[in-house]
Write a protein that binds this ligand. Structure first.
Ligand code: ASP
Length: 582
């Protein structure tokens, strides 16, 4: 038996007990005649004590030679500590060691394995297994486990069946590039790794499974924007014989369950907002509604503003930042510079201060007198003490820029409390999205999404305006899930592929199996998928998904611990009928 107890459970009730512990040496304090060692395992820390009087000289010497992260087994008696540590559960006791066995020695770790570490991110990624010994990462993994268990509990209780779908498949377009796997047995042919199990879960509906879920890895080969991973986990779900309302209720239920069980937070019915409204009010399809600062479009009092920047713009829009009229010149200059950074790309920022004394001043005093500024203030519902910020230009760009500014200000003003949860459904996404590069429309969600009833015709005349039966679940300004009601008949699906620029041959080659299945009695169906990594991070009150993944990749898509991807040898290439040309 390696241990009778773990390192986190001994307390005053165990005093005088003989116990055996095993774990890692976190650190020691050597006073010459007495040595204290902190012994760590997943459950906590227990202080060991060795001294020449109460134990033996040889034991003391052995203890003095213990290095950090040595793996040891100790036997001894639990005794009361002279100076107690109220900060840890084992702080009242220590273990007077009578026997010490070194199970394994350890090299000096490249960084300190304590809550506060001296190791930088790169180094900790390389030695991820050491980082996992530290509380921050360990606790995140335990937290993730809890969320996953609750997901399984809830969905199983609701009658969902977890079904595994294959990883070696054919392309499923979800808007990214596929990772491909060469087939040895089928020379010159490739599998694609699933960007999601989308087509399979639809086939499960045709197969009569009715309610499906899966906690599943998905793979997308895209240039890694901040905090994305090439392989990530979804809670993937699908239901048959449902309407949008059924889906929203089912997964609102799951989210509410998680918030309650994991965070102890009860949330009212989730608000809903149309996509168009989200764009108009927040410039963003995943608005953070923990705070206001909504967009206010501005129109001239009369025919025009008499200010070329505004008059030449497609959209003039502002936000009112409460209580910030006292920003100094320096603070204002810094904000203007912030929006002009290439990442944001605004050409300038107009500000209007509604001073505490009731006067109004602005960066555009030359063009607008105080009366006009007061008109802006009324439009933006500003009051004395507030700061109004206005951007003008191309609608899409201005919305994106002002949305970033809104989030930045909220962060600076402490309005984004990670312990507060503001879920939101965003409904009626556009079916299609214009792609400047290919000069074509693409499915905004994926090609299996159904248009809103009666809008199929519009596809021919005004495709950009067609709305889809598609919805996203947003939590604190992050998209945590998204899905749609699917097309479930062959003719409509074929038409959709046609609109998306597939020839009938291409559609058949890529998705013939799905359209064939639709001919054998496909029920109406729909579903959604949650991004598990992000969901867990947000519930955990943090932002970086990497911190909730045991072995993540870096921004270049590399696993620096195992050093992947890597080259393969010629024999292996030959077997796969591949030649490398760089
Ligand atoms: N497969 C979709 C996705 O990965 C989710 C869905 O439509 O259910 O975003």
């Amino acid at each position: 038996m390696y241990r009778s107890h773990n390192c986190g459970e001994l307390n005053a009730s165990h005093i005088n007990k003989e116990v055996t512990l095993a774990g890692w040496v976190q650190k020691s304090r050597d006073k010459g005649f007495i040595v204290w060692v902190d012994l760590r395992d997943r459950y906590g820390l227990t202080q060991l004590v060795f001294d020449e009087e109460r134990t033996s000289k040889s034991m003391l010497e052995q203890a003095q030679n213990l290095g950090r992260e040595f793996v040891v087994q100790v036997k001894g008696t639990v005794i009361e500590r002279a100076s107690k540590n109220p900060n840890i559960p084992t702080g009242d006791i220590e273990l007077l060691v009578s026997e010490l066995i070194i199970l394994n020695e350890a090299l000096l770790p490249p960084f300190t394995i304590e809550d506060k570490t001296d190791g930088g991110e790169e180094l900790r990624m390389k030695y991820r297994y050491l980082d996992i010994r530290r509380n921050p990462l360990k606790n995140n993994l335990i937290f993730r486990h809890k969320v996953v268990q609750e997901v399984r509990n809830y969905l199983s209780k609701e009658g969902f069946i977890e079904v595994e779908t294959p990883y070696l498949i054919k392309s499923t377009p979800e808007g990214a590039r596929d990772f491909v796997v060469p087939s040895r047995m089928n020379a010159g042919q490739f599998y694609a790794l699933p960007q999601s199990p989308q087509t399979f879960k639809q086939l499960l509906m045709v197969g009569g499974m009715d309610k499906y879920f899966q906690i599943v890895k998905c793979f997308r080969d895209e240039d890694l924007r901040a905090d994305r991973q090439p392989e990530f986990t979804q809670i993937d779900c699908e239901m048959a014989f449902i309407e949008q309302e059924d889906i929203l209720n089912a997964f609102e239920g799951l989210t509410r369950h998680l918030l309650k069980e994991v965070n102890g937070v009860e949330v009212e019915k989730f608000p809903r907002m149309l996509y168009d409204e989200a764009m108009r009010l927040y410039g963003n399809d995943k608005p953070d509604i923990r705070f206001g600062m909504e967009f206010c479009p501005l129109a001239p009092k009369e025919e025009n503003f008499g200010f070329p920047v505004f008059d030449g713009a497609e959209l003039v829009v502002g936000i009112n930042v409460e209580g910030c009229a006292d920003y100094t010149r320096k603070q204002m200059d810094e904000l203007v510079d912030w929006v002009k950074r290439p990442q944001i790309g605004a050409t300038g920022l107009i500000w209007i201060k509604y001073n505490e004394d009731g006067t109004l001043t602005s960066s555009v005093n030359k063009f607008f007198d105080e009366d006009y500024l007061r008109y802006f203030a009324t439009e933006m519902k500003a009051k004395a003490g507030d700061l109004m910020l206005v951007l003008a230009g191309n609608t899409h760009k201005v919305r994106t820029q002002l949305s970033s500014l809104r989030m930045e200000l909220a962060t600076r003003l402490g309005l984004r409390n990670p312990k507060e949860f503001a879920p939101l459904w965003v409904l009626d996404f556009p079916l299609l999205e214009w792609d400047e590069d290919t000069k074509r429309y693409h499915a905004m969600h994926h090609p299996f999404t159904s248009p809103k009833p009666g809008q199929m015709e519009l596809l021919k005349t005004d495709p950009g305006t067609v709305k889809a039966n598609a919805y996203d679940l947003v939590l604190n300004g992050n998209e945590i899930g998204g899905g749609s009601i699917r097309i479930h008949d062959k003719a409509t699906q074929a038409l959709m592929f046609d609109y998306l620029g597939f020839t009938p041959q291409q559609a058949k080659a890529q998705f013939g199996f799905l359209m064939d299945a639709f001919q054998y009695g496909a029920p109406p169906h729909g579903g959604l998928a949650f991004g598990l990594d992000r969901l867990v991070a947000i519930l955990g009150g943090q932002e970086t998904i990497r911190d909730f993944i045991a072995f993540p990749k870096n921004n270049a898509g590399r696993d620096v611990m195992i050093d992947a991807p890597a080259t393969i040898d010629t024999a292996q290439l030959n077997e796969l009928h591949l030649k490398i040309e760089l």
